[in-house]
Design a protein. Structure first.
Length: 223
């Protein structure tokens, strides 16, 4: 007699649970894959739109992205049209006049379209009669018609005759002294006659004095 095998209810229940678990796991994986696919697509769309915006392509365009290639124009500064406030930047800057004589420097400055201011000083530290300083420095930018300052050095001071000053008023004496390149040095003495007039001077009238020298004058004032 053969014994009949009766399925165990507990085993059937376990099998059903296993199948349900596997189905849930597959559903979870499917949903996860779908979400990841959507995220990847969104990222691709976002990157595409960002690149298109950077290179001037319309947003959302499906055309291929063209990256501009470098050209010779990338290294050439833009040309400034005449009449613009910065048009002087088209020049190579102010000329170099160091070492030139006064006429040469002035002609060069005027030829470049600038004005010249020349200062002469006395000394022995630089070649005589040659420009040893300029402002702005060579190559600097300066607006057309702007002022360039240059300095030259002279060796010897010229000498000038001292004018007569006795009897003049203080203001008239000072004007005459400064007109010939001297510096007035004032002193005062009390007196009853010719108050406000020059009583004496040194150097005396007709003597020679180096240009820029001091001329001493004594003015009479009331006691």
């Amino acid at each position: 007699m053969v014994d009949e095998v009766v399925p165990d209810e507990a085993d059937a229940t376990d099998a059903d649970a296993t199948d349900a678990y596997e189905r849930d796991d597959q559903d979870t994986r499917s949903r996860t894959l779908t979400v990841l696919t959507i995220i990847v697509l969104l990222v691709i769309i976002w990157l595409h739109r960002g690149c298109a915006s950077n290179f001037g392509a319309p947003s959302g365009s499906s055309s291929s992205i063209e990256i501009p290639l470098a050209s010779d124009q990338d290294t050439i500064p833009p040309v400034i049209e005449p009449g613009s406030p910065d048009s002087y930047y088209e020049t190579d800057g102010v000329p170099d006049v160091i070492g030139m004589t006064r006429p040469e420097a002035v002609d060069t400055i005027h030829g470049a379209g600038y004005e010249a201011a020349v200062l002469e000083v006395y000394g022995i530290t630089h070649p005589a009669g040659r420009v040893f300083y300029q402002s702005p420095s060579p190559g600097s930018q300066l607006e057309p018609g702007g002022l360039m300052r240059v300095t030259l050095q002279k060796r010897e001071r010229p000498v000038v005759r001292v004018p007569g000053l006795v009897g003049l008023s203080q203001s008239a004496a000072e004007d005459r002294i400064e007109a010939v390149g001297f510096k007035p040095v004032l002193s005062y003495r009390p007196g009853d006659k010719k108050v406000g007039r020059i009583f004496s001077q040194w150097p005396r009238e007709g003597e020679w004095l180096v240009e820029g020298g001091d001329v001493q004058i004594q003015v009479t004032i009331e006691p």
